[in-house]
Ligand binder design. Structure first.
Ligand SMILES: [Zn+2]
Ligand SMILES: [Zn+2]
Length: 154
């Protein structure tokens, strides 16, 4: 699995391969040395248990997805179908619109999801089993503050 750790000093995203399990990574932005602890499960890409950056065990899942792409497909489909509708080809118009929606769903369904650490916002991508639940604002509030106190931002 690939991990994007965020530098606690300057917030730069640092890409790390969990299989190589380095003990630390040097931030390319500010030179800060970020210590990392990779669990067995992370190294073997089985699941995300403890975060290598903050050792937190709370994560959420979000779609690794740019929402504007999906919207563009539907808008283009809508425009093409409007043309057919204009010429009285209702059936073709509806088919195109339905097709655009299906394409959208397929694209959305194929996109992977990314597991994110509530505390330090590290991102995890790989073939591991998804065990995290969806984003919860209250949990995020509590855990982010806890982490920021820990790294001395508050
Ligand atoms: Zn940095
Ligand atoms: Zn973390």
């Amino acid at each position: 699995m690939n991990v994007v750790a965020h530098c606690p000093k300057c917030d730069a995203g640092l890409l790390v391969s969990a299989a190589e399990a380095p003990e630390s990574i040097k931030c390319g932005g500010c030179g800060h040395l970020l210590p990392l602890t990779f669990s067995q499960a992370l190294r073997e890409d089985t699941r995300v248990d403890t975060c290598p950056v903050c050792s937190g065990g709370d994560h959420y899942i979000r779609k690794d997805f740019d929402p504007t792409i999906g919207l563009t497909v539907v808008i283009i489909g809508g425009l093409i179908s409007a043309v057919f509708y204009w010429f009285g080809e209702d059936l073709i118009a509806y088919s195109i619109l339905a097709f655009a929606v299906v394409v959208d769903l397929v694209v959305y369904g194929r996109l992977g999801d990314v597991t994110v650490c509530y505390r330090c916002h590290s991102e995890f991508r790989g073939k591991f089993q998804r065990t995290a639940s969806h984003f919860d604002l209250h949990t995020a509030d509590v855990l982010e503050q806890e982490y920021e106190r820990k790294i001395g931002r508050r």
